[in-house]
Design a protein around this ligand. Structure first.
Ligand code: L87
Length: 818
């Protein structure tokens, strides 16, 4: 490591007026003095301290220049010649240490320039410059106070090649004045403290191939210990089975670059995966994912084919033949199309035979008697071949040993039985085909698809949600869509919540041949009624039909033993409302928009499937450690019974009033458009970090206020674009509300162009703790624009409104926030 190399010392005296100081040597730094040529003590101390504080650059920083690692001459130029000077130090390996210093604090009118050599920007358009330096405090310099300065200036000049160095001073562009007060390492020198400062500045956008840096001293006492120039990149990663390449960050310090990932080998996607590279070199807001192709399994960010065959048994062995049988691999990862059996005589591997078989048995014939044969088997799925099994060795019998022909009898018997079964299957298939045909004639095409689902035939590309109620037997529905898990595969660790049916726990799931997974588990408490069990498992029947990165993933159900359980992936950060309350004010707007984007994408998927959620609220969103939000809580009739927020309406329905669209409250018109209304409330909850919608107003007051056209006011520090989207979701006319795909597109646009999020709803126009009169803008309540403006203490603007054509409340109602 660079920082651990003990540095030697140079031979010069400290610059200018510093020479008279004598400093004591801390014992811990004694190692500095084993060097071949000695530097002044203070320089050595600084360098040792510098080295101790220098850490390797983070992986998202790419150095364009690091003065500490340049072995030869740096090639920097000082003018005038008696200004900046390089301390000709070397370390114990005689490698130069490039420290520049100047200390003309006693002389008037200093203008000392130090020019670097040309630095290529390697295609980056924003670069960072990290300086490590010491600056003497003028008070510590005897007699220097009059002219002494405590700052220096840094400049740059862009040029495509190395021919631009001899330009005039005034052609350099100033980056900043650097002072020594922000970040420093204190060096305890016994009787005094020396400060090694670190300052970082950034420059951009750059448009040429490279640049020069220049340091101007106007009379300070400086030692420039190191200069590191770098750019930032988002380092290549694999997320959700997509490879994202090394990406140089954008030119603008708030820019997010949208980067497309490419699916790893043997994986595919229907939503191209994307991520955003921030100016800080961090990957943000992952969107979409790739999935292993049928036949492949995800493992450490890659997809692999079927696992090897393990269990190979010998059958009948004769003098010229060996029969084998085996079991399907533990993880076939698809339908096994055939097996390939490779065999050869032991120690004769160069000459082998391959047999292909669709069965899990073969007989290798034409073998030599009394010889050992080596067998290896591999499976093939649509994805290709898996790896060969380990070697299995079997020996043929000698010529004179008998082999009974009786053994053929069971084989014939088995063949006949298999034949009869096959015939029965074919007849059954034909009969079921006739039933399908009959149904077809009666049903419309949409139902036909559903019918095919019910008939276990999956049509690719058709993603229509099936209401588990359509099943006569709910147990059939749950097993149609959810895997049965053996209770012994689950370890329950702790209780993390309570639901209407029982506790919610965290734990681990270890399925045979799979890696152990952290999971969440909903349990059905003992003493349940048959209806409760049906409703409880109904949620699993619904969830099991969904496969989307923003929908909580069902691992399976336990129904064959008690307690009955629903097992899902584990979301480390729990419910979104609690998580936001706990982390009030801690996220960037982009992070919040990323959360909202995820929820909208999940809801788009649900609405495309024809599923209406009815209880979309931050408490029903789960969030994982990557801040990915997933829609949760699916149910049939029980949905709302499970939700403590749900209240009985006058018509006897149980509805979470604050989250529900007026038409759903009034006449139970639940649609994806009413889910959009709830989505708007979730947006409000997210931006206000888990605040309760309509605070402590009663449900009755909320219904009344919303009916009268009042809407929640903008949360604090809310970008106008987000509040406008909320208001759009809360349009009274449900057909005027945006659709979820439009919401996703809108949020994507905002993420791509973060400056669009900079305009916040003006604090004065935010009606704190009062409901904003949006929609009709209170038009019902006020007869004229003047009356309305007076009421909101804006009467002085009446004339301006009139002059600009807003003379009626109807005209005013058309004004959007934009
Ligand atoms: O921290 C958590 N991580 N909590 C609190 C959870 C989780 C989780 O993964 N709470 C649940 N998780 N639930 C139940 C309430 C959801 C709003 C679920 C996962 C869940 C389960 C276990 C089954 C079906 C639906 C959701």
């Amino acid at each position: 490591m660079r920082g651990s190399r003990p540095r030697g010392a140079g031979r010069r005296r400290p610059p200018g007026g510093c020479g008279g100081d004598t400093l004591r040597t801390p014992a811990s730094l004694a190692g500095c003095y084993s060097a071949p040529r000695r530097a002044p003590l203070w320089t050595c101390l600084l360098l040792c301290a510098a080295l101790r504080t220098l850490l390797a650059s983070p992986s998202n920083e790419v150095n364009l220049l690091d003065s500490r690692t340049v072995m030869g001459d740096l090639g920097w130029i000082a003018f005038p010649k008696n200004g900046w000077e390089e301390i000709g130090e070397v370390d114990e390996n005689y490698a130069p240490i490039h420290t520049y210093q100047v200390c003309k604090v006693m002389e008037q009118n200093q203008n000392n320039w130090l020019l670097t050599s040309w630095i290529s920007n390697e295609g980056a358009s924003r670069i960072f410059i990290e300086l490590k330096f010491t600056l003497r405090d003028c008070n510590s310099l005897p007699g220097g106070l009059g002219t002494c300065k405590e700052t220096f200036n840094m400049y740059y000049f862009e040029s495509d090649d190395e021919n631009g160095r001899n330009i005039k001073e005034n052609q350099y562009i100033k980056i900043d004045t650097i002072a020594a007060d922000e970040s420093f390492t204190e060096l305890d020198l016994g009787d005094r403290v020396m400060k090694l400062n670190t300052e970082v500045r950034d420059v951009g956008p750059l448009s040429k191939k490279g640049f020069y840096l220049a340091f101007q001293d106007v009379g300070a006492c400086i030692a420039l210990v190191s200069v590191r120039v770098y750019y930032k990149k988002c380092p290549s990663v694999i997320r959700h089975l997509a490879v994202f390449p090394d990406t140089i960050t954008g030119a603008d310090s708030s820019q997010l670059l949208e980067v497309s990932g490419s699916c790893v080998n043997h994986s595919v996607t229907d939503e191209p995966p994307k991520m955003h590279c921030s100016a800080e070199g961090e990957w943000l807001v992952p969107i979409g994912k790739c999935m292993c192709k049928e036949g492949y399994e995800e493992k450490n960010g890659t997809c692999q084919a079927p696992s090897p065959v393990t269990n190979v048994k010998k059958g009948k062995i004769a003098k010229n033949s060996i029969s084998l049988s085996w079991q399907e691999p533990d993880r076939p990862n698809g339908i096994i199309l055939e097996y390939e059996i490779k065999y050869f005589e032991k120690d004769q591997e160069t000459s082998y035979t391959i047999i292909k078989s669709k069965e899990t048995t073969i007989t290798a014939e034409g073998l030599k008697p009394a010889s050992v044969y080596v067998f290896q088997i591999r499976a093939r799925t649509a994805a290709g071949y898996g790896v060969f099994s380990r070697r299995f060795e079997f020996e043929t019998i000698p010529v004179f040993a008998a082999s009974s022909d009786q053994s053929q009898i069971p084989i014939i018997a088995v063949s006949v039985t298999v034949g009869v079964i096959l015939l029965a299957v074919v007849i059954g298939f034909l009969l079921s085909g006739r039933r399908c045909g009959y149904s077809k004639a009666k049903q419309d095409p949409e139902e036909e698809k559903m019918h095919f689902h019910n008939g276990h035939i999956k049509l690719p590309g058709v993603r229509t949600y099936i209401d588990p109620h359509t099943y006569e037997d709910p147990n059939q529905a749950v097993h149609e869509f959810a895997k049965e898990i053996e209770a012994s595969c689950i370890t329950i660790e702790r209780v993390i919540g309570a639901g209407e049916f029982g506790e919610v726990c965290s734990g681990r799931l270890k399925l045979p041949g799979k890696r152990e997974l952290p999971v969440a588990i909903k349990t059905l408490k003992v003493g349940y009624t048959e209806k409760q069990r049906r409703d409880f498992l109904g949620e699993a029947s619904i969830m099991g039909q969904f496969d989307h990165p923003n929908i909580i993933h069902l691992e399976g159900v336990v129904t064959k033993s008690k307690p009955v359980m629903i097992v899902t992936e584990y979301m480390e950060n729990g419910s979104l409302d609690t998580f936001l309350k706990k982390n009030d004010g801690q996220f960037t707007v982009i992070q919040l928009v990323g959360m909202l984007r995820g929820i909208a994408a999940g809801m788009k998927y649900l609405s495309d499937m024809g599923y209406v959620h009815r209880d979309l609220a931050a408490r029903n969103i789960l969030i994982n450690s990557n801040l990915v939000c997933k829609v949760s809580d699916f149910g049939l009739s029980r949905v709302l019974e499970d939700d403590p927020e749900a209240a009985y309406t006058t018509r006897g329905g149980k509805i979470p009033i604050r989250w529900t669209a007026p038409e759903a409250i009034a006449f139970r018109k639940f649609t994806s458009a009413s889910d959009v209304w709830s989505y708007g409330i979730v947006m409000w909850e997210v931006v206000s970090y888990g605040e309760r919608p309509y605070w402590e107003m009663t449900n009755q007051d909320v219904i009344k206020a919303v009916e009268e056209g009042y809407r929640l006011p903008s949360p604090m520090d809310c970008p106008v674009a987000l509040y406008q989207l909320m208001l759009d979701c809360w349009q009274k006319d449900r057909n005027s509300r945006p659709k979820f795909d439009e919401i996703v597109n809108m949020l994507d646009k905002l993420i791509r162009n973060p400056s669009s999020l900079k305009t916040l709803v003006n604090a004065s126009s935010r009606v704190s703790n009062l409901l904003a009169e949006h929609g009709p803008l209170g038009s019902g309540a006020y007869r004229s624009v003047g009356e309305w403006l007076e009421a909101i203490k804006m009467g002085r603007y009446t004339e301006i409104f009139m002059e600009n054509g807003y003379s009626s409340m109807d005209a005013v109602a058309q004004v959007t926030l934009e």
